[in-house]
Design a protein around this ligand. Structure first.
Ligand SMILES: [Zn+2]
Length: 210
């Protein structure tokens, strides 16, 4: 967007517990100048947004992550209005998540949303194109309601390999134990599903103790 004097530079990072989301949070935290506050109450310009679908898995660790990043934490609550009805399109989950994140960003004067999507090596180009289309369409849709500007949705980690994410995490000092590798089971990770195996391998390559 379109930063205005009232809403200069808050950033909202979507925190789903994945390694890319932790890297995105730590990178955003590192880019904040000390003393940079954008609201009269001195709230942090960094907002970590935990989607409703991830809230139960991250209930324990999200507050610790927010403290380490010196960020505001918003843990979304599941409400029927944001659930896909049974039999509805599964991918619409992502659309609703981004809409919700964007509306919350607008309410918190965040001009930038970081969506830590990583598609390299998974679905590749088609997924990247779909993500780009999605962000553009959501921005355009909300511009109809808020002509003065809507946040931009960035996907800075889209092309990063797992190893590159792990390297970056090590450089930034991200505590690997706070990541939620597993999408199926609550923390700690199950250690044996494809997602756990993938991230444990990447973490071990940079010497992280997971
Ligand atoms: Zn697992």
């Amino acid at each position: 967007m379109a930063t205005t004097p009232e809403s200069p530079s808050n950033t909202l990072v979507i925190l789903d517990g994945s390694m890319p989301s932790l890297v995105a949070a730590w990178r955003a935290a590192a880019s904040i100048t000390p003393g940079q506050h954008t609201s009269p109450d001195g709230a942090s310009p960094l907002i970590l947004f935990v989607p409703a679908a991830d809230a139960p898995r991250l209930a324990d660790r999200a507050p610790a992550i927010a403290t380490l990043c010196n960020a505001q934490l918003i843990i979304d609550t599941p409400v029927d209005a944001y659930r896909i009805p049974a039999g509805g399109p599964a991918r619409a989950d992502t659309t609703l998540l981004l809409l919700r994140a964007t509306l919350i960003a607008m309410a918190r004067s965040a001009g930038r949303i970081i969506w830590p999507l990583q598609t390299a090596g998974i679905e590749g180009l088609a997924a990247a194109t779909r993500a780009f289309d999605r962000t553009l369409l959501i921005e355009q849709l909300l511009l109809m309601d808020s002509p003065s500007g809507v946040p931009t949705i960035d996907t800075p980690l889209l092309d990063f390999s797992d190893d590159a994410i792990a390297d970056l995490a090590a450089d930034l000092g991200v505590p690997f134990e706070l990541a939620a590798f597993c999408r199926q089971s609550p923390a700690p990770a199950c250690g044996s599903c494809p997602s756990c195996r993938r991230w444990i391998a990447a973490a071990q390559k940079v010497g992280a103790n997971v």
